[in-house]
Design a protein around this ligand. Structure first.
Ligand SMILES: [Zn+2]
Length: 235
């Protein structure tokens, strides 16, 4: 058996790597990846001697369950469910457009169940909650400070490019969409109606959003958080 072992193979001339591998009894259809001196090559690559060659079968047939790190990357969708102590973080995540379930009166079992069923990443400060046997995706927050927690999550799951600020209702997690002033006239303060032109409404709870002073504060927060990532990239 020469699997997973290094050995020397002698040849004459300059055979293709495909011929060299097949001369060892391995059909090329079994081969998914070939590295010559650490670089991927195709079958036609010619050998001259002295190269270090690694040959890999199709990865689907390999048992990779023991390889750490792959698990983290498996869940591409970035949806969250938060434990009952993380109300402020929930609002921040929604501000950045991330689908975030948060309920004040959930018990731990219910949180774990929804995390699994809806493929939501469970965020918590409670390590015990992450030990629930069915749970597959969770993250233990280091910080106790909501804004720092937000940055932890964005960093850990590399979510900066996925942020869609002001697309989601901070109160209920619903999607926000633009509405005309006429549609919301009776629900906004008279002075606001005089000065503000653009309005949005949550399609779930009906909460109305407009670009007032509160909006400006949030916009500064968004710019600061996203800018922090950009400045760390360029350094
Ligand atoms: Zn809402």
């Amino acid at each position: 058996m020469r699997k997973k072992k290094a050995f020397t193979h002698s040849f004459t001339g300059t055979p293709s790597v495909k011929d060299a591998i097949e001369s060892l009894g391995v059909p090329h259809t079994e081969v998914d990846l070939i590295l010559v001196n650490g670089r991927p090559v195709d079958f036609s690559s010619l050998l001259t001697g002295g190269e270090y060659i690694s040959v890999y079968p199709c990865f689907e047939s390999l048992d990779i369950s023991g390889v750490t790190g792959l698990h983290d990357r498996g869940l591409r969708i970035s949806r969250f469910i938060l434990d009952v102590h993380l109300g402020k973080l929930a609002r921040y995540l929604r501000l950045f457009g991330f689908d975030t379930v948060y309920e004040k009166d959930y018990d731990d079992r219910e949180i774990a169940r929804r995390s699994v069923e809806e493929k939501r990443i469970l965020l918590t400060r409670d390590v015990g909650l992450l030990k629930h046997k069915d749970l597959t995706h969770g993250y233990w927050l280091r910080s106790q400070q909501p804004m720092t927690q937000l940055q932890e999550v964005l960093d850990h799951f590399d979510l900066y490019s996925q942020a869609k600020p002001f697309s989601r209702c901070m109160a209920c997690n619903g999607i926000i969409s633009p509405v005309s002033r006429q549609e919301v006239e009776e629900q906004i303060p008279p002075l606001t109606g005089k000065y503000v032109q653009a309005y949005s409404r949550c399609t779930r709870c009906g909460k109305i959003y407009w670009e007032g002073s509160h909006y400006e504060r949030m916009r500064d927060t968004v710019a600061r958080v996203l800018g922090r990532k950009n400045s760390s990239d360029s350094s």
